[in-house]
Structures are given as structure tokens and as C-alpha cells.
Design a protein around this ligand. Structure first.
Ligand code: CMP
Length: 145
């Protein structure tokens, strides 16, 4: 079992695709272990995407990711990180395979509907960046019986 972080991006939340995106994740065997809507500040978006800070798209990306509410989820499943990445498809929705989430719901490379951790190291950074210890432990506390 592995956990990964997904963020339904401002464009997909605004266009009311969040429910459909989460439904497709669940239909593919992923279990929602934590979930919330939030709005990142510009500073938080910069820190979250710090790995891209030298890329030419960094300023636009962090502006965009802090432009409106997002919905973040921790998903769990067998091989969850690779599984979610393959459900997402390529970064650019125009290059993503038909049926993938970005092909269905993304608009362009930046407004590509959804983010997901790309490695166990990223998930280890991203999950506690977005969710508190209390939020992460709620699932086990509330639903273990
Ligand atoms: P995401 O999975 O959130 O991880 C980093 C993001 O940077 C990526 O999705 C895209 O939204 C964005 N991105 C990656 N490459 C480019 C690019 N060439 N131009 C604009 N945005 C990009």
C-alpha cells in the first residue's frame, strides 16, 4: 500500500470537475484517506513547487495555483503513485492519452486539471505540506471500527 497526494487545480474546481475526478480515482481502486478544499497563498504555492523554481514557468504556475480554491486528497492503493500518474496522463492535456484525466478535463500545460506526486520522495514532502498530522490521523481514528 502506498499513499500519494493529488490536488485538483483551480481550473478543474471552478469548472465543477472535482467530483468526477475523485469518482474516477475511486473506480480505479484508490481510497480517499484525507480530503479538503483550500486556497494556497502565493508563498505556499512557491514553496510547494520549489523543485521547479528555476523553470521558466515557475512564476506563472505559482500565480495560477494560488488564484483560486483547490481540492487536495491523499489517495491510497497498491502502487498508488504510479497508478495515479498513469490515470492523469501526460502533463500537456493535448498530448495525454484519450481517457486519461488530463485528456478529459485539462485545458493546457498549466491548467491541466490535477497534480499528483511523482515519486515516494515527493509524496513524503507534499502530503504533510498540505495536511496536518491531525487531518492525516482522522481517517484511522474515525473509521477503524
Ligand atoms: P504538475 O503535475 O502540477 O507539476 C508541475 C506543473 O508545472 C505541471 O503539472 C504543469 O502544470 C506545470 N508545467 C510543467 N511544464 C510546463 C510548461 N512547459 N509550461 C507551463 N507549465 C508547465
Amino acid at each position: 500500500m502506498q499513499k500519494t497526494l493529488t490536488i485538483i487545480k483551480p481550473d478543474a474546481v471552478a469548472r465543477c470537475y472535482a467530483g468526477e475526478i475523485l469518482a474516477q480515482m475511486e473506480k480505479n481502486g484508490l481510497v480517499i484517506k484525507a480530503l479538503k478544499m483550500l486556497k494556497l497563498s502565493r508563498e505556499q504555492a512557491c514553496e510547494f513547487y520549489i523543485v521547479h523554481h528555476k523553470r521558466p514557468f515557475y512564476d506563472d504556475l505559482t500565480d495560477y495555483m494560488s488564484s483560486g480554491p483547490v481540492i487536495a486528497a491523499v489517495l491510497e492503493g497498491d502502487n498508488a503513485i504510479d497508478k495515479v500518474r498513469s490515470l492523469l496522463g501526460a502533463t500537456d492535456p493535448n498530448e495525454a492519452e484519450a481517457g486519461t484525466l488530463r485528456a478529459q478535463f485539462g485545458q493546457n500545460r498549466q491548467e491541466n486539471a490535477i497534480h499528483a506526486s511523482d515519486s515516494p520522495e515527493s509524496a513524503d514532502f507534499e502530503i504533510p505540506f498540505i495536511f496536518s498530522q491531525l487531518e492525516l490521523s482522522n481517517y484511522e481514528k474515525i473509521f477503524s471500527n
